[in-house]
Design a protein around this ligand. Sequence first.
Ligand code: CTP
Length: 417
Amino acid sequence: MASSDASGLVGRRVVLGISGGIAAYKAIEVCRRLVDAGAHVAPVMTAGAEHFVGRTTFSALGSEPVQTSLWDGPNPIPHTSLGQTADVILVAPATARVLAAYAAGLSTDLLTNTLLATRAPVIVCPAMHTEMWEHPAVQANVATLRARGVHVVEPESGRLAGGDVGAGRLASPEAIVAAVERVLGGGRFAGLHVVVSAGGTREPIDAVRVIANRSSGKQGYAIAAEALARGASVTLVTTVDLPVPHGAAVRSVETAAQMQEAMQELAADADVVVMAAAVADFRPVRAATGKIKKDGGVPEIVLEPTPDILAGLGATKPVGQILVGFAAETSDLVANARAKLERKRLDLIVANDVAAPGVGFQHDTNAVTILGRGALQCTVPLADKRTVAVAVLDIVSQLRAETSTFDPSPHHRSLTP
Ligand code: CTP
């Protein structure tokens, strides 16, 4: 079952190797998350893993029956078909034995054969007791694998089997799945700092009431998740409390003034800034300190404009930064959005007709028209918000590639996201 938020994992083939450590039970959750995110998971268990978890579990949760042996299945050469068809091989947990065999080029079972019979990227997630993890032999094997381009998701510190506390606990399922996404994302945004605002601001009327809007923050979070999957470091400036995409730094804010302060500070050294938040345009001039009581009559709330955060970012944009705004419109979508693009000095604007069914605020889906300088224009029909995020960041990539020489064509440019 694919999740409603499509990710970079959709349709990707992940060989999930499970080796014999107590953390094998956590690989169940990793398997489930990968499948939920749309990946095709082919589980491979070592004999050791079967001491900790049953085959049936992985056969039931994976996308195909678990494979455990070079010899017993219908396929006479399972390791080569697994290795050749994989988009990525993930070993979680990776025991000291598997790390050693892989580093030494030793093919002792189906999993280690598969690791040697592939050109796909490999991610290992070591998990073992602290003494084993810190042993020079293990560390040397990990260093060898790293030097060969193998991705290592470091174990965490925490409580281990038997009650000991120390380094060696398998990384969290979130961290492991995020690593798979990053590796499959190809590191296109490696070294970039992406700042994304998300959610609607809340402007206080009194101690309990606010002026708010219907923004869920989901589109901003989807952009943050996609930027992380492409290898960026990401800071989310957010008014909402959604699950944070693994690896994102978070600044929680509430009002337009707080969001402006955070965005101005963070944007100063950001490579890409995406203002997906729905900022209140007006706020009460003065918020009452206590609760306004109803027996005082109908209150008169005097409003003043909030600062236009995005326009401020456009006016102070460092050279080379890509600044992306959103436009929530209910009529004249393209004309209104293009006017905002010009007025706020943006590189891109993502316009949505928030009155259309399934679009924008509070939905899991969105339909947008992305406009750039010149005649750059691209339409993404109704899709999940991650798909929209992919389209937006694909165009950001294109603009970055063209940055210094970006010369918009006089003709209408139609980009297929
Ligand atoms: N925005 C902002 N600060 C504001 C208002 C909007 O930074 N005070 C940003 C939004 O985050 C969005 C873009 O400006 O990226 C456009 O927001 P939108 O609400 O569509 O337009 P407004 O500029 O507020 O104009 P209007 O409400 O008249 O359409």
